[in-house]
Design a protein around this ligand. Structure first.
Ligand code: NAD
Length: 483
């Protein structure tokens, strides 16, 4: 163990605090394998300290006029913009994605912050006079209380920013438990919230993994839990938080289908497919991982994608010519490799494999394109979360929609075509929450709901937009009569 790297600290009650837990894990730079820091595995005591700080801060923060809360979030937005280049570097350093991908993810986080600044409008209720003679009814929105946010490794800034600015603007206080694989971005956000004037205890960060999560799920001081991560953990979080009487929304994994009709614009479609499948090394919940090629035309499409896959430039995220960075960890790389081995053993045909940078100790993995995949193969069904694209060939749009709708997930899907009627048919019948027409990554802007269907979500509502306002507030209906 290197003695010269720091062990990170939690951010609780406006202060940096050493975790009570003795255990910690390594934080390597995925592009080099170089050790950046050690991450404490906080336990129940650390979580209790953070939740207590958030509870103490809740009363005064809830009572702060909404316009003043919105002004604090507006200051936070200015600081985010000023810091966005450094934040992007931190994201790239700890996650491995390219610097441009990091910049894009921060722009998305800023957009979610901008939505939160509209709280004085978003929190307005409604009223109706004379529901009976002389009786008025008024609906008001109140904050839920202490919100815990549990976030994944693949968007170290964006996903926390889907949650915290809006939760705070709605009058809640917040405990963030970021992925132990990307804690630096979360800690940087804590510093910015502090500078923006968020009072101590309103925004807290507890570093750790399963123990910290389980302590949050069971803590009586936590009122709501927002989770984004893999499907098995999402189900655990949803069931456990619900058992403890908490409001919970748990966004989960994905297996997104990209349907390509024979009349699609080949160049543009292939560009969009490449960025969907291999952007962020395939570590995105909106990554297209199955192309459903409608015949005739699959040969042409597969060859055009294959050519691009062979030429993809892999390298460290900061590299100026890098098109794809490493995956997050060596054990994740091994899991993706096992999935591709299995696909080959099930009869999928490798038509193209990219090149890794030579001699690097980073967690690089060559992008792979499989053809002749059958819908029942694991490579077509399971989330791999790496740079692997499978092509299924079908004879008609009907069959393509059937293949996509057979998935247990329903996060996103897209169609590539010049035929408006076919596109409309697809958008009507596809069972997915986020749907693209000639768009490979149909990420909604933060003022629309971000949420999937089926196994891609546990709970109601959405991570962003007005549905998220509903998640972070409770309604109160006041009925009055004055004599
Ligand atoms: P993950 O489920 O491993 O981890 C997510 C969070 O849960 C982390 O904070 C982690 O510390 C914690 N955690 C991990 N194992 C746990 C356990 N056994 N008990 C309690 N807590 C646990 O997910 P990840 O690998 O960090 O992220 C990738 C996954 O997230 C993919 O499946 C991806 O599709 C999904 N994701 C979904 C969306 C969406 O909007 N649907 C967005 C981004 C990522």
């Amino acid at each position: 163990m290197a003695a010269d790297v720091p062990t990170l600290e939690n951010f609780i009650g406006g202060e940096w605090r050493k975790a009570a837990a003795a255990e910690s894990v390594d934080l390597p730079d995925p592009s080099t394998g170089h050790l950046l820091a050690r991450v404490p595995m906080s336990g129940a005591d650390d979580v209790d300290a953070a939740v207590s700080a958030a509870r103490d801060a809740f009363g005064p923060w809830r009572a702060t006029p909404v316009a003043d809360r919105a002004r604090v979030i507006a200051r936070f937005r200015e600081l985010l913009i000023a810091d966005s280049e450094e934040l992007a570097r931190v994201v790239t350093r700890e996650n491995g994605k390219t610097i441009d991908e990091s910049r894009g993810s921060i722009r998305r986080g800023i957009e979610a912050t901008e939505f939160a600044i509209h709280a004085p409008t978003l929190l307005q209720g409604s009223s109706l006079r004379n529901v009976s003679p002389g009786v008025d009814t008024e609906l008001v929105r109140a904050p839920v209380g202490v919100v815990a946010g549990i976030t994944p490794f693949n968007f170290p800034v964006m996903v926390p920013l889907w949650m915290a600015p809006l939760a705070l603007a709605c009058g809640n206080t917040f405990v963030l438990k970021p992925s132990e694989r990307v804690p630096l971005s979360a800690l940087r956000l804590a510093g910015l919230f502090g500078k923006a004037g968020v009072p101590p205890g309103v925004f807290n960060v507890v570093l750790g993994a399963r123990d910290a999560v389980d302590a949050l799920l069971a803590h009586p001081g936590v009122d709501a839990v927002g989770f984004v991560g893999s499907a098995p953990v999402a189900r655990h979080v949803y069931a456990t938080a619900a058992k403890h009487g908490k409001r919970v929304l748990a966004l989960a994994g994905a297996k997104n289908h990209l349907i390509v009709l024979p009349d699609a614009d080949l160049d543009r479609s292939v560009g969009a497919i490449m960025s969907s499948a291999f952007g962020s090394a395939g570590e995105r919940c909106l990554a297209g991982s199955v192309v459903v090629a409608v015949e005739p035309g699959a040969d042409r499409l597969v060859e055009a994608i294959a050519e691009r896959v062979r030429k993809l430039r892999l390298g460290p995220g900061e590299g100026p010519s890098t098109e794809m960075g490493p995956v997050i960890r060596a054990d994740h790389r091994a899991r993706v490799q096992a999935a591709t081995d299995r696909a080959e053993s099930e009869g999928a045909v490798v038509v193209a494999r990219g090149q890794c940078p030579e001699g690097s100790a980073g967690y690089f993995l060559p992008p792979v394109l499989f053809d002749r995949v059958r819908p029942e193969m694991a490579v077509a069904q399971e989330e791999i979360f790496g740079p692997v694209l499978a092509v299924i060939r079908v004879g008609s749009l009907d069959q393509a929609i059937e293949v996509a709708n057979r998935s247990k997930f329903g996060n996103a899907a897209a169609i590539f075509t010049r035929d408006g009627k076919a596109a409309r048919e697809f958008t009507e019948r596809i069972e997915a929450g986020m749907v693209g027409v000639n768009i490979g990554v149909p990420a909604p802007p933060a003022y629309f709901p971000f949420v999937g269907w089926k196994g891609s979500v546990n709970g109601d509502l959405a991570a962003t937009g007005r549905e998220a306002v509903q998640f972070y507030t409770r309604t109160k209906v006041v009925t009055s009569r004055w004599f």
